[in-house]
Design a protein around this ligand. Sequence first.
Ligand SMILES: [Zn+2]
Length: 162
Amino acid sequence: MFDLGSITTAVGSVGTAIGMAKTALEVRDFNASAAAISDASQKVINLQTQLLSTLGTLFELQQEKMSLAQRVRELEEHRSDRERYSLFEITPGGFVYRFNVSPETAGASNPGGMQPPHYLCQPCLDVRGHKVVLNERAVIWHCPECRAAVDNGKTIDVHFDI
Ligand SMILES: [Zn+2]
C-alpha cells in the first residue's frame, strides 16, 4: 500500500535517531552512542524496506495507468468508428447500420468518408460490439458472423423455358 505519511514519519524517526547518535558522540558517551547508532541503523533498514515496497506499489500503479490509458484509447477509437454509422431501415422492419457518406462527414477531415457504401449487421454491432459487414445474397443481406438475414427488397424472377 502506498502510504506517503508513514514514509515521512519513518524519515523523521531516522533523523531523530541520527541526531541522538551525534549528540552521544559529541559528549563521548560511547555506550549511549553505540546504542543510538544501532537504533539509527535499524531505522534506516526499516525505511529501506518500506521504500522498496512503495516502489513496487508505484510500479504496479504505473502499469495499471498505462493499461487504462490504452483501454481509453481503444474505447475512443471504437466510439468514433461507431459514430460513422447510423441505423437505417433498409426494407420495412429490416434494420442495418449504414455508413454515413453525407458530404459533411466525408472529406479530408474524415478519410473514413472515402469508404465504399456498405452495411453493418445491427445485432452484431449493438449486442456484441462487433463490426460485421453484411454480404448481399439473392434476396437478403446476410451476416457471416451471426447468420442474421435482412430482406433486401429484391425478388427473384424465375423463368421457365419450356
Ligand atoms: Zn451479425
